[in-house]
Design a binder for this molecule. Structure first.
Ligand SMILES: [Zn+2]
Ligand SMILES: [Zn+2]
Length: 169
């Protein structure tokens, strides 16, 4: 998403709103979707040669539960707050400011970053998800099965954690 900052030559603030697709590939997320559309809105405020971007990001991302593998919707709300500068000489290394070289500000990277930071470490459809029966594969949230020993063997649970370290409790 790009914001035209031309308007800021005679105004001190512009409002923006729109949608952007954020790639979910390579994030090791349990999801069927490669990217997700997020809604972004906010303002750009001009302060001298600097532009302060503040906004809100909202989306619903489809994830697969780490326990029962069922797809569920995970609502995301994230905040954007970043400074951009058109003046190279005034930016020192310590500043967390992004250089602007054109007449527009590209928010794509900071939007993607904010979305990544708001994603869960562990994908669960519900805190109390009962998971799947390790004998017949039945989703235990939906119905009980008559399998014996449906509880996960602690030794198997350990093995599972070795292969999927992110699913650790
Ligand atoms: Zn689940
Ligand atoms: Zn079963």
């Amino acid at each position: 998403m790009k914001i035209d900052i031309h308007e800021l030559t005679n105004k001190s603030e512009v409002y923006f709103a729109g949608e952007q697709a954020v790639s979910l590939q390579g994030l090791n997320l349990s999801s069927h979707t490669d990217s997700s559309l997020v809604s972004v809105q906010g303002t750009v405020t001009k302060k001298g040669n600097r532009y302060l971007v503040r906004g809100n990001i909202a989306s619903v991302i489809k994830l697969l539960c780490d326990r029962c593998t069922k797809e569920f919707e995970y609502p995301i709300h994230a905040e954007l707050c970043k400074e951009f500068s058109a003046d190279f000489t005034q930016v020192d290394e310590e500043d967390d400011v992004i250089h602007v070289t054109t007449s527009s500000i590209d928010l794509s990277d900071i939007i993607a970053e904010a979305v990544y930071l708001s994603l869960p470490m562990k994908s669960l459809c519900d805190e109390d998800c009962k998971g799947m029966c390790n004998v017949c594969g039945n989703n235990l949230n939906e119905k009980k099965c008559s399998c014996e020993n449906a509880d996960i063997d602690p030794r198997l649970e350990n093995l599972k954690n070795i292969f999927h370290p992110q699913s650790e409790e």
